[in-house]
Design a protein around this ligand. Structure first.
Ligand SMILES: Nc1ncnc2c1ncn2[C@@H]1O[C@H](COP(=O)(O)OP(=O)(O)OP(=O)(O)O)[C@@H](O)[C@H]1O
Ligand SMILES: [Mg+2]
Length: 964
């Protein structure tokens, strides 16, 4: 590689002005819209060209460069010559990466190409720039011809590797130069390819006016934090995605996107993988037990981490700990109102507060459809606010009382205006079976359009689905009959031969229920069938409201309750917001069924403002606050009482101090919290009343560190430590039963009530060594037998332990049989619950692993837990694991793929979508493409990580004795 040619290539970048921005990050405004800075850079150069002649310009090109760029250029030159003779130092290596990065990346590199594409009449500027690009092209050509001719010498592996990387980069760069279709900037600073991708993959032709306004906000250009709020279905995601792409591609920084649920994370990973492949960034999943801490440091590509709230927090912690938080350019939080929702809200608040405090340059963007006290949130996030009431599809809101439908209308006195009477004749029998006229309401829309019925309980979902299809005309069966039969077949294969009897009865009518009692595989099949119109009616619980994007022409709320609680305004808004989504429906309406007695409450509900979002740090005996304090000291973010006080002022709680009781100030609460942590043996140091002690330093104990690293609930950390310690004295390793007991999540024991006969049966099936496990953990055999025979128990046995062991038996059976269906039958539990137990155990096992990693005495657990976590995560036959690593490929799909001959990740990544659709039943083209993209992404992510490792291994240390 000719150093001059390389330098010329760098020059191409320098001209764009992008580099200058990158080197001098403090200069404002940042290049959010690269096109602008780009043009400015080019103009500047041409204006300063005294001769104005093209030839001269090439020759004196170096003279024209600003000195910051010259310096960079010199370093590059030095670097290339150094790489020929000796290995480079770490710092230099990074520069190679970042510079070759520019060369390789079509987006930054093509800055020059953008000018080339401008019409020739624009000005002399474009002429001179196009000339430079030409010369660059020539240099590249000659460099490569030279390389081809050059004799191959005996070279070291390192050198070979570096050369391989370099020549690949040249190849890419050349392709970029040759392709005239790639430009930069026309689409909000992004290449027009991004626009094409949105068109191809999402069917989005143009942006809504508000989306454009929001993206061109002055505050965004200045990289200020931003909260934006629009009604459900307003198109918030697209704006966030464009900002994310700007950060990854233009600013070359990593991005974290926080979403509320695992299923949504997986959906997003699938959806954005194709963008990553096309545009050259990585998409990494952080959900359940997936995700690495700290994340793998990437050589070239930038990463988009898509995470649940919990995993997002752990990721941020690991970045702060390894001093890499500055790599995170942007954090996007969808459904920002989650801040106000229980302990998960507290975790989100903690995560954001830590970012705000430790990395001022990381931009934070939050969005939601349901925000009220925006002022507080703005203060907390130091953010600007954008809002609009735009909704592409009008949503009409109704309530139904007896047989009358009223429109929700705030202009009328009681808030409702008469709309119409139900036009449906009910026999007395039917009236008895369906007093709320659900059948009348659904048959107005199905089967032509889709309809969702939100029900208060799981059981109610199943009842409503059964009831409706009982009274539907036979004609409903004929609609897409074959596909419905296929769906039942599919569910049967998912259930290893058995289908839920309710679904078997309802699906032929195009109806199904949907709640957490279904397995993930079943839920997915039902969702897909509903999305494609095979099913036209789902009776579901509130979980679907904020879950996957399932649109409906009509949304019916069966009652204004969730469980036995009256509906909250936020929940109501989210549920009705599923009606009428852009691109799918042209209209949408919601009907809330109201009993006479609830009419007044409903009036309040419909017309009241949205609930406020309050900090949850003080929830459950300040659980959130305690774990925050622990990690603040652990991460050395704040290590004195005074520093902690300062930090807390930057939380949402700090903003909402009115939440505090009159008796105790925030500082006093903090003091109590710190003292409590010292008492528990998690922190060391002294806190006292005296002011001068507020400056004394606190440190974290090994147990404290293990606790926050493993995200272990403070209520259990001492107990967990004792149990693991006891395990060291006599862990029964004949099977994994004992280890499974330790990995059974504590917080699920309260939701479990054992069936004593089943308990005894399971116990009796254990081997003698396994039975000893029960005794060791504190459940004697006599206790189980007595319980099973209904005898009174005198002995004092800990209920939590008894329940926990029962759940362990469930997990043990699952790992043995790898069949959720047979296990849930055996234990008389819903299959959804069993699956939930399994995924909670997988998460807890990985937390436990992190806990043990921090405590030397528990070294032996590390190997054991690594394996167990894997088994719990993919509780399937081992051969399916590589396929299930791909986001959103669940067991049933993995089985299908495996049986069709797709046995490895590489098989999937290189599959042809058409063949895949042909070979795999119930797989749409879109799904096939998404699977392939996700597999490609995972493969390239793994390969990158390995290459990273190779580089690290081959790097020659700079401090070898005697070399200086
Ligand atoms: N400019 C656009 N043109 C056409 N369709 C669009 C456009 N922007 C978004 N959409 C579509 O509108 C639908 C709703 O968008 P999105 O999911 O972003 O809504 P949202 O504001 O996040 O709603 P929610 O609060 O319910 O999550 C999606 O199907 C999306 O593809
Ligand atoms: Mg959304």
């Amino acid at each position: 590689m000719d150093a001059k040619a390389a330098a010329e290539m760098v020059l191409g970048n320098l001209q764009s002005g992008v580099h200058q921005k990158e080197q001098d990050n403090s200069s404002a405004p940042e290049n959010v819209v690269v096109l602008k800075s780009d043009q400015e850079g080019a103009c500047q150069m041409c204006d300063s060209d005294p001769a104005g002649g093209n030839q001269e310009l090439t020759e004196s090109i170096l003279d024209d460069l600003p000195c910051s760029q010259l310096l960079y250029f010199e370093k590059m030159d030095e670097l290339f010559s150094a790489s020929r003779t000796s290995p480079v130092s770490k710092g230099r290596d990074e520069r190679v990466n970042s510079s070759s990065d520019k060369i390789r990346d079509p987006l930054t590199f093509s800055a020059g190409a953008e000018h080339r594409n401008r019409p020739p009449d624009s000005s002399s500027h474009s002429k001179c720039v196009s000339f430079k690009t030409e010369s660059l092209k020539d240099h590249l050509k000659s460099a490569m011809t030279g390389n081809a001719r050059a004799q191959t010498l005996q070279v070291s592996k390192t050198k070979q590797l570096k050369e391989a990387v370099l020549s690949e980069e040249i190849f890419v760069a050349r392709k970029v130069i040759e392709s005239s279709s790639v430009d930069i900037g026309p689409f909000y600073g992004l290449p027009s390819k991004v626009k094409d991708l949105f068109r191809q993959l999402r069917g989005i032709e143009t942006l809504y006016e508000w989306q454009h306004d929001c993206l061109t906000l002055e505050s965004l250009q200045q990289r200020r934090n931003l909260i934006y709020s629009l009604p459900t279905g307003g198109g918030k995601t697209l704006v966030a995605e464009i900002i994310i792409l700007q950060e990854l591609l233009c600013r070359q920084k990593d991005v974290l996107m926080i979403l509320p649920y695992v299923a949504i994370v997986q959906e997003k990973v699938r959806g954005l993988s194709s963008f990553g492949i096309e545009l050259g960034f990585l998409v990494e999943e952080y959900a359940g037990s997936k995700g690495r801490f700290p994340p793998v440091k990437r050589r070239v590509k930038k990463s988009l981490y898509i995470a649940t709230i919990e995993k997002g927090h752990a990721l941020v912690n690991s970045l702060i700990e390894t001093e890499r938080i500055y790599d995170l350019g942007l954090v996007v939080v969808d459904e920002l109102h989650m801040l106000g929702e229980g302990s998960r809200g507290a975790i989100l608040e903690i995560t954001l507060a830590k970012i705000l405090y430790t990395s001022k340059k990381t931009q934070i963007i939050g969005m939601s459809a349901t925000l009220n006290n925006v002022g507080d949130l703005q203060k907390f996030l130091q953010a600007e606010y954008y809002t609009s009431d735009f909704r592409p599809v009008e949503l009409k809101e109704y309530i139904k009382v007896r047989d009358t439908i009223y429109a929700v209308d705030s202009k009328t006195e009681n808030g409702f205006a008469f709309s119409r009477l139900l036009n449906f004749k009910y026999s007395s029998n039917l009236e008895k079976a369906d007093p709320d006229h659900i059948i009348a309401l659904v048959t107005e829309v199905i089967p032509k359009y889709s309809c969702l019925i939100f029900c208060p309980t799981k059981k109610n979902c199943e009842n409503v689905a059964s009831m409706v299809c009982k009274y539907l005309k036979k004609e409903f069966r004929a609609h897409r009959e074959k596909e419905k039969q296929d769906l039942i077949k599919n569910l049967k294969s998912i259930g290893n031969g058995s289908v839920c009897p309710v679904l078997k009865q309802t699906i032929p009518f195009g109806i199904a229920y949907h709640h957490s009692g279904l397995t993930n595989d079943e839920r997915k099949s039902i969702e897909e069938a509903y999305s494609s119109g095979v099913l036209c009616l789902l009776a579901c619980t509130a979980t679907l409201a904020a879950g996957v994007n399932l649109p409906a022409r009509r949304v019916i709320l069966r009652a204004p309750y969730v469980g036995s609680d009256f509906l909250k305004k936020n929940q109501y808004k989210q549920m009705i917001g599923r009606a009428g989504r852009a691109g799918i429906d042209s209209a949408g309406e919601s009907i809330l069924i109201v009993q006479e007695k609830d009419k007044h409450l409903v009036q309040d509900l419909v017309h009241s403002p949205l609930e406020n979002c309050y900090s949850n740090l003080l929830l459950e005996l300040s659980k959130g606050m305690q774990s925050l304090l622990l990690s603040l000291v652990g991460l050395k973010i704040a290590v004195t009482h005074e520093e902690v006080d300062n930090f807390m002022c930057c939380t949402l709680l700090g903003v909402q101090q009115q939440l505090l009781s009159k008796e105790k100030s925030l500082s006093e609460i903090i003091k109590d919290g710190l003292e409590n942590l010292i008492e528990k043996g998690l922190l060391k140091g002294r806190i006292s009343q005296e002011d001068h002690n507020s400056k004394s330093t606190l440190t974290i104990t090994p147990l404290g560190k293990a606790t926050y690293k493993g995200s272990i609930d403070l209520a259990y950390c001492n107990l967990l430590y004792r149990e693991l310690k006891k395990g060291l004295e006599g862990l029964v390793l004949e099977s994994n039963l004992h280890l499974l007991y330790l990995s059974t999540p504590y917080d699920m024991t309260s939701t479990c009530s054992p069936d004593w006969m089943i308990y005894l049966r399971q116990f009796n099936q254990l081997s003698a060594a396994e039975q000893k496990v029960a005794d060791i953990v504190g459940v004697p055999e006599s206790f189980i037998t007595k319980k099973a025979s209904g005898q009174a128990i005198r002995k004092n046995v800990d209920n939590a332990v008894v329940n926990r062991l029962y759940l362990t038996f469930v997990l043990y059976a699952l790992l043995k049989e790898t069949n959720i269906w047979s296990v849930s039958e055996k234990f008389n539990m819903s299959r959804g619950y069993v699956q939930n137990l399994l995924s909670s155990a997988a998460s807890f096992a990985s937390c436990l692993l992190h806990f043990c990693e921090e405590l030397e005495e528990f070294w032996v657990y590390k190997a054991l837990l690594t394996e167990l976590t894997k088994q719990l995560t993919y509780c399937v036959k081992t051969e399916l694991i590589p396929l299930m690593e791909v986001a959103g490929v669940l067991e049933a799909r993995a089985k299908q793929l495996y049986n069709a001959g797709y046995k490895t990740l590489a098989h999937l990544a290189n599959a042809n979508p058409e063949t895949l659709v042909r070979m795999i039943e119930h797989l749409s083209r879109r799904q096939a493409k998404q699977i392939i993209s996700s597999a490609k992404m995972l493969l390239s992510e793994k390969a990158e990580a390995l290459q990273e490792e190779v580089e690290e291994l081959l790097k020659v240390p700079t401090d070898i004795p005697g070399t200086h």
